[in-house]
Design a protein around this ligand. Sequence first.
Ligand code: SF4
Ligand code: SF4
Length: 452
Amino acid sequence: MNKVADTKPAKLLFPEQAQAPAQNEPFANSKNIEITPEFSGFHQHNDMFSRGFWDKGFANRITMRFFRSFVKPKERMRDEEGFGQEDFAVRNGPWVVTEMFAEMKKHDDRREGFTDDFSPHIPPKVEPMDMGSPAKATKRVKKVAKLYGADLVGITAYDPRWTYRSKFSARKIASKPVEIPAEVTNVIVLGKSMRHDVVRMSPTATAATSSAAGYAEDAITLLALAQYIRSLGYIAIANQNDTNLAIPYAIQAGLGEYGRNGLCITREYGPRVRFGRILTNMPLDHDKPIAFGVEKTCEICRRCANNCPPQAIDHGPPSTYTFNRSNTRGIKKWTTDGEKCFKFWVSRGSDCANCIRTCPYNKEFDKLWSKVLRFLLSTRLRKLALHLDDKTRMHDQIKPSSWWASEKGPFTVLERAKDHALMPDLKGQQDRIKAIRDAKRAKAEAEAGAAD
Ligand code: SF4
Ligand code: SF4
């Protein structure tokens, strides 16, 4: 369980700020997503990266080679487009930043940025500065966040539903408590976009450079903004993959809508964004959740599900169905099978972003067609918009060798992507696998009941 520090709340300059959402409060005004009474928070040892260290089904030689390949470029290199030594080298370059932070306090059983928040470097000891008003403080924080490299900034209330119930210690293969100071009231969510041309090479090691660079840039922006806030006398706890779930916070902070691919789809970059968070007690105004038609588009679009190589994305409507222990329980939503996704990454030797690449919202929105498409996708003409977008072939995979050879393209296509319409054969196959899994679960539960 979260261990909330038993300290007295600090004197706040603006005590009238909004309260954290209650357990049964509707999620971001969504019609598709519902937090049910069965909801229970997430333990970090259940995420797939943690399971790669302790779960017998995943902690094996192939997973270790996958992890090693992030520092040893020849570990998984082969004679295949996008998996040569140079492809792994360009992917591994930015990981050095994140790895250095993760390694720095490993002797204290901390992997900062992965399982633990970034600890402050020389915390400034100053009294909270009077920022004028929450509105003024909000403007300042957003301005400085952008100055330090954030592409998007949103602010919402601290919501204990998204805090991990426990953290994971890879060193001890055990759970650790999460400690959040009782004074924390707000969460600043920072979005960092990834390069469109690079994501379009997914699933290759070359394409995975997009997430590697996103992590590295995100870490630097988070650290800088956290230190700025501390220097004004307020708490600032910077989170990357640790401590809490990024996607619900990004949606509550008004940065985008939830999509079938399980990601936050932003207006500005579609799903091509990484999200960091800063927990703070600085009084700030909250942004409101936004809607620009994504949920309705996802009801008739299956691009991400059709193009997911291991078929990990649900082709059906939102439900409380969970594939395995890596899913959060008790939320009605579109859910992804993390085990299948991770196994695919491990088998290929690099991460995949097909569910980002093929999404119709994955566009460069400075182009006129992209803006027109986004508008049409918010109207009743969204089906026509999807058909037209299928024709542009912007969801096809770019050949990495053509990307290396050209500054700005045009690039050669390596593999043609599937279009947006429901593919009954893929859905049928997924439904059959779910039925087999459900039957096994029911049998196991019945046997456990009989044993009692
Ligand atoms: S990252 Fe790739 S494997 Fe994982 S869910 Fe997305 S498309 Fe599927
Ligand atoms: S690919 Fe289609 S279904 Fe998937 S998230 Fe994007 S819009 Fe939604």
